[in-house]
Design a binder for this molecule. Structure first.
Ligand SMILES: [Zn+2]
Length: 515
């Protein structure tokens, strides 16, 4: 395979964020993946960037999300959440997508990496951009969902659309890529293609094969429903067949791939039986199309397998020859007990996917694709300005010097940080996980009141503005209180100083007198 310019986005704080002890989502897995990438020496073949989170915030996130939702995410803290019960319910923040220390900064890291990655592809500075902290595909315009708050994928795709007429989104997470599908459900400028477990109330409940898009986006959404126990051979076969048809008929100019690792064998929330070889084969296949490619993370809840997977897939993306299967000794080596190897063995479990059923699914998808009207052409289009025009600087030194022990940002992570003994996943989460009600596609259509096909100005129209002044009011109040507090403190400081200086004067005078 040809040599490609690969950029890799990693922020050294990302492993510090902590949802809660019982929560299956562990941002620490990204640090573990990064350590494997380093110990295998893969960073030498990529450009390393730290996402510029100080340049990324409300303005950038509201290109897709509603203002009031993003303001809420910025404002809310574990201490103040009790005062915001109504908003918590409305924005679906709480149990599954909890409030934790540094939540907004975590969202910034994830999103800035994906948008900057898209930017690199747009400007031709990279052929492939990797952001394992991204891929949070469930987040909606004004709601958190499935551990996702800000949809970095939609933001990344919106950025790509400024330079690319047709963007293909591929999702190999075990869950349906509902947030991304919803965002682009009425447009032909983005084709979404998700392979996921479907049925028996499995989260999020959407992704029926009959859901193909709406109005201008009809047949530009592809859903391949799958069942428990999916193995490498079957998955790769139907993945390649489907993608080949998608590529033939859609001919995208750029591709975004979400590589959720919860489709791997032995995942804490998943039920497939894929190994790194099968999962990675899909990534390799997409790479072989030689299109600008944004590669993102996603789900993955057996964290030692997530890091294995994303390190291995990084090696495939830089076209590194086989990595040694024996894991090199490094800081997180103990996590890989009892088998200290890179690759996974599949479990003994039945594959409930009947090849005849899958073939029927493929035929149905193929029939829809072959009727596609000619895809949007390369005509002149309105192009909004680039979101991140400032070039990221090399962060290689910082990257290499990063200590692999836990580092805290200035925030008080002490109480929230990942406990050191979390090599072991707490049991029973799966049982505790709710059964999810299937959301009918009519709800989605109703919600977005799709009235026109995606047009040239859609990038701006995504920025839905509602009047949710409540949060603004509360924020103003808080600011006012802070100002009052600051003034009071300032006054006290002055008084103290005056007192001290008078005291000093007096002592000096006394000393003089005694002389
Ligand atoms: Zn998932």
């Amino acid at each position: 395979m040809s040599k490609k310019k690969v950029s890799y986005f990693y922020h050294s704080d990302v492993g510090n964020y902590h949802y809660s002890t019982e929560h299956p989502m562990k941002p620490h897995r990204i640090r573990m993946a990064n350590e494997l990438i380093k110990i295998y020496g893969l960073h030498n073949k990529m450009q390393i960037f730290s996402p510029k989170i100080e340049q990324f915030g409300v303005r950038e996130m509201t290109k897709f999300h509603s203002d009031e939702y993003i303001k809420f995410l910025k404002l809310i803290t574990p201490e103040t959440q009790d005062q915001f019960q109504r908003q918590m319910n409305s924005f679906n923040v709480g149990e599954d997508s909890p409030v934790f220390v540094g939540l907004f900064d975590f969202c910034k890291i994830s999103s800035a990496g994906s948008v900057e990655g898209a930017s690199k592809l747009n400007l031709g500075k990279s052929d492939i951009a990797i952001n394992w902290a991204g891929g949070l595909h469930h987040a909606k315009t004004d709601q958190a969902s499935g551990f996702c708050y800000v949809n970095d994928i939609v933001l990344g795709i919106l950025e790509l659309l400024k330079y690319h007429n047709r963007v293909l989104y591929i999702d190999i997470d075990i869950h349906h890529g509902d947030g991304v599908e919803e965002a682009f459900y009425t447009t032909d400028r983005v084709m979404t293609c998700s392979f996921h477990k479907y049925g028996s109330g499995y989260f999020p409940g959407t992704g029926n094969i009959k859901d193909v898009g709406y109005k201008g986006g009809k047949n530009y959404s592809v859903n391949f429903p799958l069942d428990d126990g999916m193995d490498d051979e079957t998955y790769v076969k139907f993945f390649k067949k489907t993608i080949t048809a998608v590529m033939d008929f859609y001919q995208p100019n750029a591709i975004v791939m979400q590589c959720g690792a919860d489709s791997l064998s032995g995942d804490r929330l998943g039920c497939f039986n894929l190994t790194l070889k099968g999962h990675g084969e899909c990534v390799k296949f997409i790479r072989s199309y030689n299109k600008p490619l944004l590669v993102l993370g996603g789900g993955g809840y057996t964290i030692k397998n997530v890091s294995r997977c994303w390190a291995y897939e990084t090696s495939l993306l830089i076209d590194q020859t086989e990595l040694p299967n024996e894991l090199p000794i490094h800081e997180f080596y103990n996590y890989y007990t009892p088998v200290y190897q890179l690759h996974l063995e599949p479990l003994y479990m039945p594959n409930k996917n009947d090849s005849l059923v899958l073939e029927k699914h493929f035929q149905e998808i193929y029939e829809n694709l072959k009727d596609l009207i000619p895809s949007p052409s390369n005509g002149e289009r309105f192009r909004p300005p680039d979101l991140l025009i400032n070039e990221s600087e090399f962060e290689t030194d910082e990257f290499l010097n990063e200590k692999s022990d836990f580092r805290f940002t200035e925030k008080e992570f002490n109480s929230q940080v990942q406990p050191f003994n979390e090599f072991y996943e707490s049991p029973n989460y799966r049982q505790k996980n709710k059964l999810w009600v299937k959301k009918s596609i009519e709800d989605v259509v109703q919600k977005y009141k799709f009235d026109s096909a995606f047009n040239n100005k859609i990038l701006e129209s995504f920025n839905i503005v509602n009047n949710f002044n409540n949060i603004n009011e509360i924020e103003k109040e808080r600011k006012k209180e802070n100002v009052i507090k600051e003034r009071k403190e300032e006054k006290e400081r002055k008084e103290r100083k005056e007192k001290e200086s008078k005291q000093k004067e007096r002592t000096e005078r006394r000393e003089k007198e005694s002389k």
